[in-house]
Structures are given as C-alpha cells and as structure tokens.
Write a protein that binds this ligand. Sequence first.
Ligand SMILES: [Zn+2]
Length: 189
Amino acid sequence: MTKRRGDLLQIAQLGHTVLRKKAKTVKDVKGLTVQKLIDDLISTVMDVDGVGIGAPQVYKSLRIFILASHPNPRYPKAPKMKPSAVINPKIISYSKEKKKDWEGCLSIPGIRGLIPRHHSINVEFTNRDGTRLKKTYKDFVARIFQHEFDHLEGIMFVDRVESSKDLISEKEYQKLMKKDSIIKAVERS
Ligand SMILES: [Zn+2]
C-alpha cells in the first residue's frame, strides 16, 4: 500500500459545543469521506505530538478516533504503536482497578490533569477496513482509549478530575517529569 498523507486540520478548543455533543455512529466506514477523515486525523495527531485524537476534536461529530501512542516530547514514555482508526467503539468491560496518571488534551492546551482510569479494558470496534475487532488494552493505551472514547460522549478530562488541585500547567508538568526521571536514574545507580 502506498503511504497516505492527510491534511492538517484545525483542532476545536474547550468551550466549543462540538466537543460536548454525543457523536453519531459511522455508517459508511469504507466511503471516501470517512477514509479521508481518517488520513487527516492521523496526519494531524502526529503533527502536534498527540497520542490520540477524536473526530469531534476536528469539528466532525462522528464516532471515530485515532490511537497513536508513540514517544514524543509531550508523552516521553508512551509505547510505540502504528496509528490506527477506531470506529464505532464499545467498551465491553473494565477492570475494577483504577489508576491515576497525568493526561493532556489537544483541545485543552497548556493544562494537565491527574485522571483516574480503569487499568485494563475489553473493547470492540471496527477498523478502517470495515472489520469488527475485539481487543484488550492495558495501562497507557487503555488510558488513551478511555480518554478518546469520552470525546465521542462529549466528556472532557477536566470532568473526571477528583479535585481541582489535580489540574496543573504544562510547564509544571514538564518539571515534574524531569524530577521523576532524575529520581528514577538515582534509584537505578
Ligand atoms: Zn482529548
């Protein structure tokens, strides 16, 4: 297959009503419009160092998001995976165990939140070829999945913080990460 290259799309910011709507089921997965949107979403998320993006974030209220975990300056510890489209997803079951970790959102620039998420999830979705898949995700990828799934429901990560004190600036987050890696380096030595 030749490498597809999409266009870079503008990202809707917190406060825009498109981010608060419940997105619509995708009917024509293999249609040109949906396939082009997937290409554009992948190019856009990679360009802005994201690890996921939902169609509502580019003003399209459709049940599509991209999982694109890869290490980058915004998420240095993200596992590497090939960007893939998740269409009409369902979360079938959640682990009881929840974990808190820092999240950001392309629609909420400059802010990070400490968000509780289920540690592992069983999911079902259609891929861009129209095949229905069942998968289990854990840790960081499960976190991205739950964050992006929320976008299809009109939920933003700031809705999920347990305390407003769990919201910090990107600058303070970067300092925390630096401190964290220094502590780990010292522990290893
Ligand atoms: Zn987001």
